[in-house]
Design a protein around this ligand. Structure first.
Ligand code: NDP
Length: 335
């Protein structure tokens, strides 16, 4: 079994030497368990958090343990009545070719149409994140203005398209002309702003009316430019702040750089709320998936993947994700 382990905890940006690649025997499923062979591994920003030994909503990966992650693949052996060899499933575990998993959070999904890898992106955790965050917090309405950061990425793509389906004006923020072109021409956002340029001037031109919903994926200077433009009763959906993930632990405590003046939250009656998709998302996965598959069938929901070949290339691809090198949902095709 090819596995990628956490060798040491990164200081700042992760480097290839933080990982170990090993071959181990293929595990046997126990009673009630299933052996899954991964075809695709999802790489996601939250994995940077799991590499650090800090208190969070989930436990860190132990040193020497397999890196955490979700895979989609096929059942090769089953000791659970609900699954048979040959079933394609979402919910395999870890940066490894074979994993033994229990039935909880194991979903049978089609092998093709939509392609299996979509179950890790538009129809998987990132899509579910977009859907639940908009349902519960963002709640965009027809005629409102929504701004989405990391707009070409796994979560951002879906956020913007759902907000359009709800009748909002949608403006993305992304890194570079190629990503912005895709966001407008392929995904149908009303505009996309390049955060490498002068974001304030671009926001002045694109959203002179102000912003009703800001979907926060990034933090940093994008947040600083957007926050003052929120309108009365605006909502800020705090999904992630990837620009800060390589900062030292404790950077969100004393000694952190000064943030925006939070006074407007009161004056403008803003709602600023964080959420974690796993809290309530997976119990609603069926509802989300049915709605999203409907949109895909009618051509209203599109997506882009960035597929990297070979499990051994996962560390390098993950390091690139934290620098914006991916273009679309990042997945590894497991050889
Ligand atoms: P993406 O596919 O959007 O990839 C990450 C993107 O973030 C990059 O392509 C890049 O886009 C941008 N980025 C990366 N590094 C930086 C940086 N240092 N500064 C500014 N931008 C950067 O990832 P996901 O869609 O999977 O995740 C998006 C966000 O959603 C993350 O913050 C993630 O942690 C969060 N998330 C939260 C969940 C929850 O339950 N709360 C669940 C899933 C994701 P660009 O080149 O356009 O800048």
């Amino acid at each position: 079994n090819l596995q990628i382990l956490l060798k040491r905890r990164p200081v700042g940006a992760p480097v290839p030497e933080d990982f170990d690649i090993v071959e181990t025997p293929i595990p046997e499923p126990g009673e009630g368990q299933v052996l899954v062979r991964a075809r695709f591994l999802s790489l996601d920003p939250y994995m940077r958090g799991r590499m650090a030994d800090v208190k969070s909503y989930a436990k860190p990966v132990a040193l020497g343990a397999v890196m955490e992650g979700q895979t989609a693949g096929e059942v090769v052996a089953s000791r659970h009545a609900g699954f048979a060899p040959g079933d394609t499933v979402l919910g395999g575990f870890g940066w490894q070719r074979f994993s033994v998993v229990g039935p909880e959070r194991l979903f049978k999904v089609p092998a093709t149409d939509p392609p299996l890898s979509a179950s890790l992106g538009v129809l998987g955790m990132p899509g579910l994140t977009a859907w639940t965050g908009l349902e519960d917090i963002g709640q965009p309405k027809a005629g409102e203005t929504v701004v989405v950061s990391a707009a070409s990425g796994a979560v951002g793509q879906v956020v913007g398209q759902i907000a359009k389906l709800r009748g909002a004006k949608v403006v993305g923020v992304a890194g570079g002309a190629k990503k912005c072109d895709f966001v407008v021409k392929e995904l149908g956002f009303d505009a996309c702003l390049d955060h490498h340029g002068d974001l304030d001037a671009q926001l002045d031109a694109a959203v002179p009316e102000g912003i009703d919903v800001y979907w926060e994926n990034v933090g940093g200077k994008t947040q600083a430019a957007v926050f003052p433009r929120l309108r009365d009763f605006g909502r800020m959906v705090m999904c992630g702040m990837i620009a800060q993930y390589n900062e030292a632990p404790g950077a969100d405590a004393a000694g952190a750089p000064p943030g925006p003046n939070l006074g407007p939250i009161v004056r403008k009656r803003l709602r600023v709320q964080g959420f974690i998709v796993s809290d309530t998302g997976w119990s609603r996965y069926g509802t989300f998936r049915a709605e999203a598959e409907g949109w895909i069938r009618s051509g209203k929901l599109r997506w882009r993947e960035d597929v990297v070949d070979g499990l051994a290339n996962a560390p390098r691809a993950f390091i690139g994700l934290l620098k914006g090198e991916n273009f679309g949902k990042l997945v590894v095709r497991v050889d």
